[in-house]
Design a binder for this molecule. Structure first.
Ligand code: TRP
Length: 329
């Protein structure tokens, strides 16, 4: 079975964009791949969160991933900082990562621009730590969004460089994992295109029906079609895209027809959309509530994931240590 690995940032709550964009696909591949999913809390330290916030973030994300369907018995679901082997490999890889290369990384340049007062070297070597996350499990596939492609390229570069430098074949070069037809971009309700935390337009998995409905009813629309069968403007297309994700196909067809014959009432469309989003979110929200209050279960899950991940990590680290020349007397 091929290995798929993904790291998850531990800031904020998951929204429908995360759910349909990535999480639902992670849930689907648990049976067909050897999956490693972890919460990247070491990476979070680059922004210096308060210790309480750091832990809360991990707690939230772990609960929400479990609630959405990740199965800790099928995949390795763990917390990055529980795996000390990652930090050791990070040190080894740092010797092969050149300062100029790291400075040229787009994400680093962005951070420097956004946060000139906190240009710590953790930010500079962020891609090296990410490479260590991936290479420590010799992962073959990594599902990445556009913003992480360059980091994956650096992971490949370091894998290649390590193998060449030491004349070994320890690290396979990780490839981007493509969800193909399942890959969907989830729009926001404000006409801004993408649903995202930083866009401030998210519908979150923990939200109750009332608050979801309020957000949907406020979604931006236009004054309605005037010509039959006209193309939909983006704000309207966005509502249909969401509906396509959460509603039955005949519901979608019904409103499509109403659009085409110019008899559509946006209030009806939104009411239906809100109902169907609530139907998707409600069972997840109920599980989030239950899981996040179940300290015993979370402890068990984290320990199980840690043990699986450390077993895999220590096997790789042993090979890497031998390759560089560490040897017992
Ligand atoms: N950098 C990734 C992000 O911001 C998170 C991450 C950390 C990651 N380590 C990883 C993703 C390893 C994939 C593989 O989303």
């Amino acid at each position: 079975m091929d290995t798929v690995l993904s790291g998850i940032r531990s800031t904020g709550h998951l929204h429908l964009g995360n759910y349909f964009g990535a999480l639902r696909n992670f849930v689907k591949i648990q049976d067909t791949y050897n999956c490693f999913f972890f919460i990247a809390d070491l990476h979070s330290l680059t922004t210096h969160p308060h210790p309480t916030d750091l832990h809360n973030g991990v707690h939230i994300i772990l609960s929400e991933y479990l609630a959405a369907g990740l199965d800790p018995y099928k995949c390795a679901l763990f917390v990055q900082s529980d795996i000390p082997e990652v930090c050791e490999l990070f040190v080894l890889l740092n010797m092969l990562a050149y300062k100029g290369e790291m400075e040229r990384t787009a994400s680093f340049k962005d951070k420097v621009r956004q946060n000139p007062d906190n240009v710590n070297t953790g930010l500079l070597t962020y891609p090296v730590l990410m490479a260590a996350d991936i290479l420590i499990h010799r992962a073959k596939y990594v599902p990445v969004g556009k913003d992480q492609e360059q980091h994956l390229e650096i992971a490949r570069l370091l894998a290649r460089r390590f193998n060449n430098m030491y004349g070994v074949d320890v690290f396979p070069e990780p490839q981007a994992f493509n969800f193909g037809a399942n890959l969907v971009k989830v729009p926001g309700l404000d006409g801004s295109g993408k649903m995202g935390k930083s866009e401030g337009n998210g519908i979150f998995l923990y939200e109750d029906d009332k608050s979801i409905t309020k957000k949907v009813m406020r979604a931006v629309t236009d004054s309605g079609p005037t010509e039959p069968n006209s193309p939909k403007p983006e704000v309207i297309e966005n509502l249909f895209t969401l509906m396509n994700l959460v509603s039955e196909s005949d519901t979608l067809a019904f409103f499509d027809e109403k659009w085409n014959d110019c008899s559509i009432r946006y209030g009806d469309l939104k009411k239906q959309l809100a109902t169907d989003i609530c139907k998707t979110v409600a069972p997840i929200r109920e599980r989030i509530d239950a899981i996040s209050n179940d300290a015993d279960y979370l402890r068990k899950v984290a320990a199980l994931g840690r043990d699986k991940a450390r077993e895999s990590a220590s096997a790789t680290l042993k090979l890497a240590r031998e390759a560089v020349g560490f040897k017992a007397f």
